[in-house]
Design a protein around this ligand. Structure first.
Ligand code: ZN
Length: 50
């Protein structure tokens, strides 16, 4: 069984300090809207039509 070097193998991505998802550096996190420790964008969750 080979072991993966790291589960994160994407050098162009960083981990969001807020939600810990991989995001582009120097960009507002598309998942939680945080950037540089502040919420810059309010992420609105889409509601599914029933
Ligand atoms: Zn985030």
């Amino acid at each position: 069984m080979r072991q993966w070097k790291e589960k994160i193998d994407t050098p162009n991505l960083i981990e969001c300090p807020h939600c810990h998802k991989l995001i582009l550096p120097h960009h507002v996190c598309p998942y939680c809207g945080y950037y540089d420790g502040e919420q810059k964008v309010v992420v609105v969750k889409e509601k599914k039509k029933e």
